[in-house]
Ligand binder design. Structure first.
Ligand SMILES: Cc1cc2nc3c(=O)[nH]c(=O)nc-3n(C[C@H](O)[C@H](O)[C@H](O)COP(=O)(O)OP(=O)(O)OC[C@H]3O[C@@H](n4cnc5c(N)ncnc54)[C@H](O)[C@@H]3O)c2cc1C
Length: 489
């Protein structure tokens, strides 16, 4: 055997799998399709936010170096197992696999403690997940933990730790197929720096991401129009490992027509740009209103905390005429807009009156837009106070599409409008695994020697997703897959 365990992919799930495998096996190889400077998949594009269970600040202390001053100035609250379960069940419309979800929830905290012990550093996401009201930060959305250095920090740190632990990493190494027979999987055919070779091993962990960067598969499985979405992250996640496993008899599983997709700058490039990272996203819509090309509102911007709506609203934007929409804010909420609104590469217009603003909204029915904004202003229940830290019930009444929370009138210049389209993050459909992360065949049996983790696993996320669960999912099941693969080897 050339290796005990081969891990296909170079993102968070793959690196966690490799690290975990190396606790039980000597010879672990990581195959990363991307060149080194683009390595790390979607994980590198993230903010490094990870959704984990914690029952108070004491559960965060082993992960984050918190000063007493920081503890005094912050209400971390709690995020209990029950809350995580409830969020998963509710946002996936009760379709998430119960066994895998239980593992995701219950292993979330132990897994990040394991990562911390390996050397990954974490901080609290004060910048994006907490609002400072009256001198005290309050975490509002169950999402508190962030890797130091965001996604690039997480990937670089995991890669360095992997290499220090004797794990080999090959870049520009695209896995093409599995070496498999009736007894299971015994190796990988890989094109490494232009040369195709066959490498033998005892077990393979597939962690090569979803198929969102494959335009043809996107359109085939998600439906007409999905070829028009922009890809938020890596261009390398084209479903290779899913196809390889299906060819070896694996079952297709989960929400193949579903995906995570968000509001993304209308003029962003077709696939992610690491220099901009996740900053093409525009996530402050709960403080403003959406208008489409017909000049109409089409979605409840304040239906829930942003962490529970942003991943499904990309699809809603894609369904609008010309696949785009405007996010409109006024001067009152400008300071509360997230940092991504202040980047150079932004499609934005500003004006001192609503009339002037709509006159600059190209591709849009401007008359209808002005009528919509005026009707919206008149419908806001201004007697209810605005509070971003809770679902404040400050709503509109009597509109064709009402806003349930955080409805502010648009009355204070400067007015701003940001043009967004649909940015796809990752596909939800993929392979079926059991709690040991073994890939199941279409007959429901584990395929000997084959394991999977991360984006390419189906059955966990359906329709929607609680923000920050993707990295946790990759880490939890990557760790399990690596250990199972190595112990079987
Ligand atoms: C802009 C953006 C922001 C995000 N923010 C967050 C966040 O803050 N928190 C969060 O939890 N989630 C976030 N996500 C989602 C998150 O990125 C994913 O859920 C997670 O990173 C998936 O990890 P993974 O290891 O499964 O896949 P990836 O990190 O995408 O890794 C897949 C790897 O497989 C490699 N690969 C592909 N094909 C092959 C092949 N044939 N052979 C060898 N290698 C191959 C790729 O090059 C890549 O290295 C974000 C995503 C994006 C795009």
């Amino acid at each position: 055997m050339d290796y005990d365990v081969i891990v296909v992919g170079g993102g968070n799930a793959a690196l966690c799998a490799a690290l975990s495998a190396s606790e039980f096996s000597k010879k672990v190889l990581v195959l990363e399709r991307a060149p080194e400077e683009e390595s790390g998949g979607n994980s590198r594009f993230t903010a490094g936010l990870m959704r984990i269970v914690y029952n108070g600040v004491d559960d965060l202390r082993p992960l984050i170096d918190l000063s007493e001053d920081e503890v005094g100035r912050t209400d971390f609250g709690t995020y209990t197992e029950e809350q995580f379960f409830d969020d998963m069940a509710r946002v996936t419309e009760y379709r998430c696999d119960p066994d895998l979800t239980e593992i995701l929830v219950k292993q979330s905290h132990p897994t990040v403690v394991w990562m911390r012990k390996k050397g990954v550093r974490f901080t609290a996401a004060w910048g994006r997940q907490a609002f400072n009201i009256g001198g005290k930060f309050k975490f509002w959305g169950g999402l508190t933990l962030e890797a130091v250095g965001g996604g690039p920090g997480l990937v670089d740190s995991l890669t360095q730790i992997a290499k220090k632990n004797g794990i080999e990493v090959w870049y520009r190494a695209r896995a093409l197929s599995l070496v498999a027979d009736d007894a299971g999987v015994h190796g990988v055919v890989v094109k490494h720096q232009g040369k195709t070779k066959t490498i033998s091993c005892r077990s393979v962990v597939l962690a090569a991401g979803g198929f969102q960067a494959n335009t043809e598969w996107r359109t085939r499985y998600m439906g007409p129009g999905w070829e028009l979405a922009k890809v938020r992250g890596t261009r390398f996640n084209t479903g290779d490992a899913i196809r390889m496993a299906l060819d070896a008899g694996a079952a297709a599983h989960g929400n193949w027509s579903g995906c995570h997709a968000v509001a993304w700058d209308r003029n962003a490039p077709e696939t992610g740009d690491l220099a901009v990272g996740d900053n093409f996203q525009k996530h402050s819509y709960p403080w403003g209103v959406y208008i489409n090309a017909d000049g109409k509102r089409f979605v409840d911007e304040g239906a829930d905390f942003r962490n529970y709506t942003y991943a499904k609203y990309g699809r809603v934007i894609l369904q609008q005429p010309r696949q785009f929409a405007w996010q409109i804010f006024d001067g009152k909420v400008r300071a509360q807009l997230r940092d991504e609104y202040r980047i150079k590469q932004v499609t934005k217009i500003s004006a001192n009156t609503l009339e002037e603003l709509v006159s600059k909204m190209d591709d849009t029915d401007q008359k209808a837009a002005l009528e919509t904004l005026k009707a919206y202003n008149a419908a806001v229940q201004t007697q209810v106070p605005f509070n971003p830290n809770v679902k404040d019930g400050r709503c509109t009444r009597g509109l064709p599409v009402n806003k349930s929370n955080w409805a502010n009138t648009l009355d204070t210049p400067p007015f701003e409008a940001y043009a967004v389209t649909c940015g796809i993050t990752f596909s939800f459909g993929g392979l079926r695994i059991n709690p040991q992360a073994q890939v199941l065949s279409s007959d429901g049996e584990p395929i000997p020697g084959l394991y999977a983790a991360g984006e390419l696993v189906g059955g966990i996320f359906w329709f929607n997703y609680p923000g920050g669960s993707g990295l946790t999912n990759g880490s939890v099941f990557g760790r399990i897959a690596g250990a199972s693969a190595a112990q079987a080897a």
